[in-house]
Each structure stands twice: as structure tokens, then as C-alpha cells.
Design a protein around this ligand. Structure first.
Ligand SMILES: [Cu+2]
Length: 108
């Protein structure tokens, strides 16, 4: 009976791990004029959500692998923006207001 319980828990833990691997969204913060984290690796198809946790406005500039930089506009404190990693490669994210803010997303 005891070993059966452990087996059941093991199966449950296994399914939770699979669910986590398929998690569709990764959250990135902007705090004290820095991306947190400032480097992530994610699967193609993942949604990246960037939140402004700061007290100042930011301005996400997004450069997809091999693509042109897109200005996504002013982002006020408390606002979020998101995009989907639609191809493999490095996505570069910068802030148009604070040049030291840099984020690299390795999409694979
Ligand atoms: Cu900024």
C-alpha cells in the first residue's frame, strides 16, 4: 500500500514537470532600470511577457533573429507587453530610453 502511494505521487510529479516544460509564457521584469532576468533560453513558440515593475516609463525595442528592430512604444509603470518567439535564434531587447538595459532571449 505504501509503495503504491509513492508510485502515484511519482506519476503526478512527472505530469507536473511535463506541464512546466510546455508552459507557454515566460515573465521578464523591469526593475531599477534593468531587465530581470537579463538572459533567458526558451523554446520556439514561447510567449515572452515583459512587465514594467519600475516607477518610470520604458520603451521596448525588439530585434528578432535576422530581423529589423521594432519599436513597441512607451510602456508605463504597471504595463505589460508580450510577443511570441516565432523562430530560433537570439532575440535582442533594449530600452529606447535607458541604453544600459539589455535582454537576450535565446530561442531554440
Ligand atoms: Cu527603460
Amino acid at each position: 500500500m505504501r509503495s503504491f502511494k509513492f508510485l502515484t505521487l511519482g506519476a503526478l510529479a512527472g505530469s507536473l514537470v511535463i506541464a512546466a516544460a510546455h508552459a507557454a509564457t515566460i515573465e521578464i521584469g523591469q526593475k531599477d532600470k534593468a531587465f530581470a532576468p537579463d538572459a533567458v533560453t526558451a523554446a520556439v513558440g514561447t510567449t515572452i511577457r515583459i512587465n514594467n515593475d519600475d516607477g518610470v516609463v520604458h520603451n521596448i525595442l525588439l530585434t528578432p533573429p535576422g530581423g529589423a528592430t521594432k519599436n513597441t512604444g512607451i510602456q508605463k509603470p504597471g504595463e505589460s507587453m508580450e510577443f511570441v518567439l516565432d523562430k530560433a535564434g537570439d532575440y535582442q531587447v533594449k530600452c529606447g530610453i535607458h541604453p544600459k538595459m539589455k535582454l537576450t532571449i535565446q530561442s531554440q
